[in-house]
Ligand binder design. Structure first.
Ligand code: HMG
Ligand code: MG
Length: 286
């Protein structure tokens, strides 16, 4: 059966937007549960400014306390050198730099232009390479931006190309606000696939408009075989107003299975993790 990988981003993208601080022990328990589900990669940390994203301030503690499953890569976001130093000290297995296809979101999320963000990423990617850490790249707002509106597919392709020159082993395409129409997503993918093979791409779709599963199917048709998702469909981005959660891991698993594809994940553990993720979020809402 053909394999499709789900990259679990719930402990990072799923939780980063929660207003009330979730106890570190709950985050660790969630990651430990996810580590038994069959994932090869789990994003658990984000070494960003705690003033910008207070929920991720305990990222080093989380990385220090989890029970690491054999062969699982535990990933962290690193926007700059300070973030990279934190990720290396906490023994993240891989890091991610995150750019935007739109100037408006770059400014809101990173407080700089797209060009300036690449000036910051250059030494990060270089030092990560020297430290032997794989670097993943993200592109936010590949089709729609909460500030700039619809994005030209060529703009997404340009940012993907720049991330590749930084040595990213994979680039994850973010429908940050979950507004991508399947036809426009397909057009964006065509532009991106002109500069990068499908095997180096991942789809990272938020489910605000309920089209993420449809967009995953469009992406499968274009050859993508890696999708980011968050258990329980948690999430949102603090700098993307209206962004709902990532598409739910358990829903992606179900759809891929219906399509005759294998994720290698244990559906019972996914359901258990989804319930636990909702519970720790619910407790923080109270
Ligand atoms: P800045 O204000 O332009 O830069 O922020 P700065 O260098 O002047 O730093 C501001 C303050 O942050 C200073 O502290 C720094 O020391 C501190 P102060 O002097 O005010 O006390 N600082 C840091 N602290 C801890 N770790 C660091 C760090 N760097 C600086 N690494 C900065 C620039 C990048 C720091 C800021 O804009 C930031 O943290 N942005 C992160 C925003 C974020 O995390 N967004 C969510 C993740 S992206 C996402 O969710 C999208 C994705 O899922 C894909 C998709 O869906 O599209 C990936
Ligand atoms: Mg996201």
């Amino acid at each position: 059966m053909e394999q499709v990988e789900i990259f679990e981003v719930g402990p990072r993208d799923g939780l980063q937007n929660e207003k009330q601080l979730i106890p570190t022990a709950d985050k660790v328990a969630l990651v430990d549960l996810l580590s038994t589900a069959g994932f090869r990669r789990i994003e658990v940390a984000s070494f960003v400014s705690p003033k910008w994203v207070p929920q991720m301030a305990d990222s080093a503690e989380v990385l220090g306390a989890i029970r690491r499953g054999q062969g699982i890569s535990y990933a962290a976001l690193t926007p700059n050198m300070r973030g990279l130093e934190g990720a290396i000290a906490a023994k993240a297995d891989e890091i991610a730099i995150f750019a935007s296809a739109s100037e408006g979101f770059s400014k809101a999320n990173l407080n700089c232009t797209i060009d300036e963000s690449f000036d910051r990423f250059a030494p990060v990617a270089e030092a990560a390479r020297e430290a032997g850490l794989p670097v993943r790249g993200y592109v936010s707002c590949v089709t729609d931006c909460p500030y700039d509106g619809q994005i030209d597919p060529a703009a997404a392709a340009r940012v993907v190309e720049r991330l590749l020159t930084f040595g990213c082993y994979e680039v994850s395409l973010g429908d940050t606000i979950g507004q991508a129409q399947p036809e426009r997503l397909a057009a964006m993918l065509d532009a991106v696939l002109a500069v990068i093979p499908a095997g180096k791409l991942a789809g990272h779709y938020h489910d605000t408009a309920g089209r993420a599963l449809r967009n995953i199917e469009v992406s499968l048709d274009k050859g993508l075989r890696v999708f980011d998702a968050a258990v329980g469909g948690l999430g949102g981005c603090p700098y993307a107003p209206g962004a709902a959660g990532n598409v739910a891991t358990e829903a992606v698993h179900r759809r891929l299975t219906e399509l005759g594809l294998s994720t290698g994940l244990d559906p019972d553990i996914l359901d258990e993790a989804a319930a636990f993720a909702r519970q720790i979020r619910g407790a923080s809402d109270a």
